[in-house]
Write a protein that binds this ligand. Structure first.
Ligand code: SF4
Length: 211
């Protein structure tokens, strides 16, 4: 099986628990909750996406035929000293549409710390080191445990308190991007102050103007 990859790039993780940590991002093409085309947005299950995950035209993007080819790029990009294993964030789109045993096995052979950012609609395979789930109001949540739950907020009819019975170590609220970002940020700040189990996650990469 091949892998359609939008881009592979070295940057700082901008959001959530590992915010500020150097990482190689592998952005997989495609998502099961939106086609990625503006014309389909209003009828999509997930309507507020701010990511371009269509095609393979990004930095180091392409049709990869096997996991070795992807690892070659990751190893070339990773600047960590030998004692720091590569931190690889698999994202999308929805990375679990394409990540399989073979790819994860090859990542493990290379001693990567494997993190994923998923919408939680597909079961997590074995071998992932860090799971960040970002639930979407209109999609059935399958993954109810992991390291980090990152809720883009506000989302109509989605009450953060209803998610606290799930087995996550960290709960983050992240202001929904778009024209209401400033207002959404205030809402998230107030919510965290009132419900301190929730922590604020900001998209720091956007402030830094990096990937
Ligand atoms: S689930 Fe994630 S990648 Fe897919 S459309 Fe929504 S925000 Fe974008």
């Amino acid at each position: 099986m091949g892998y359609k990859i939008k881009s592979i790039f070295y940057t700082l993780q901008g959001e959530g628990f590992h915010s500020g940590r150097p990482a190689v991002f592998v952005r997989f093409t495609g998502c099961n909750l939106w086609s990625g085309y503006e014309k389909d947005r209003k009828n999509a299950i997930c309507e507020f996406c701010d990511t371009d995950f269509i095609g393979t035209d990004g930095e180091n993007g392409g049709d990869y035929h096997n996991p070795e080819e992807i690892c070659e790029i990751i190893n070339m990009l990773w600047k960590g000293e030998n004692k720091h294993n590569p931190f690889v964030v698999c994202t999308g789109g929805e990375p679990l549409l394409q990540m399989n045993e073979e790819l994860i096995g090859k990542f493990r052979d290379n001693n990567y710390m494997i993190a994923i950012e998923t919408n939680g609609t597909i079961a997590i395979p074995q071998g992932i080191d860090w799971t960040c789930v970002s639930p979407k109001m209109k999609a059935e949540l399958i993954v109810k445990s992991g390291n980090e739950l990152k809720l883009v907020y506000p989302q109509d009819q989605l009450n953060p308190q209803d998610l606290l019975n799930m087995d996550f170590k960290h709960f983050f609220l992240q202001p929904k991007a778009g024209p209401d970002l400033e207002e959404n940020t205030k809402i998230c700040v107030q919510y965290c102050l009132k419900h301190p189990i929730w922590k604020l996650s900001l998209q720091t990469h956007k402030h830094l103007n990096i990937h």
